[in-house]
Design a protein around this ligand. Structure first.
Ligand SMILES: Nc1ncnc2c1ncn2[C@@H]1O[C@H](COP(=O)(O)OP(=O)(O)OP(=O)(O)O)[C@@H](O)[C@H]1O
Ligand SMILES: [Mg+2]
Length: 173
């Protein structure tokens, strides 16, 4: 029999640290890391263009279709700044990374974000938009918030997620 492996969703406002955590978690657990932004870019899974934000609009159905088989097999870490586009059945656990707004402001500014894009993203974090989206889209018991302000937080989160993954694998095999 193949070892059963969990699927993990890492979500949160742009800049909270999803990619940093997700890649390290994949490296340390052997789970497969999938960045939805990169996947969409590579496959050009877009459906129109958003004039206001000057970016292509994700073709959500296409993304879900492309990933479904892999998700059914299990062992995938998904990284995306949204969460209500994915089927509920995909995930065994959902982590919403959270960053204090002053920290996030600096991180996004360092990345070159300015004006409306910067304001909107910081506001998204202040309003807990992604956390609320996750609580609506998934069973509340599987949704967890992770503080992501400091390198110590990163280490702690990584350790906690590795522990959770190892325990899940023991419990399901
Ligand atoms: N726990 C942390 N403490 C301090 N800095 C962090 C932490 N996690 C990530 N960072 C830094 O914050 C920046 C943004 O991190 P990252 O690119 O992982 O965010 P993201 O959530 O993937 O953003 P996006 O949604 O835009 O892809 C990076 O410079 C990263 O090094
Ligand atoms: Mg990222």
């Amino acid at each position: 029999m193949m070892t059963k492996l969990p699927n993990i969703l890492l979500t949160g406002t742009p800049g909270v640290g999803k990619t940093t955590l997700g890649k390290e978690l994949a490296a340390q657990t052997g789970l497969t890391y999938v960045n939805i932004g990169e996947l969409a870019h590579e496959g050009q899974y877009y459906d129109g263009y958003d004039e206001e934000y000057q970016c292509p609009v994700l073709d959500e159905d296409r993304v879900v279709d492309e990933l479904d088989q892999k998700m059914v097999e299990g062992g995938v870490i998904i990284d995306y700044h949204g969460c209500d586009l994915f089927p509920e059945r995909w995930f065994h656990i959902v982590f919403v990374l959270r960053t204090d707004n002053t920290q996030l402001y600096t991180r996004l500014e360092d990345r070159g974000y300015t004006g409306k894009k910067l304001q909107d993203n910081v506001q998204c974090e202040i309003f807990q938009t992604i956390y609320e989206e996750a609580m609506e889209a998934y069973s509340e018991e599987i949704v967890h918030q992770l503080p992501s302000n400091t390198p110590e937080d990163l280490e702690k989160n990584l350790h906690q997620l590795i522990q959770w993954t190892e325990q899940w694998i023991k419990d399901h095999n």
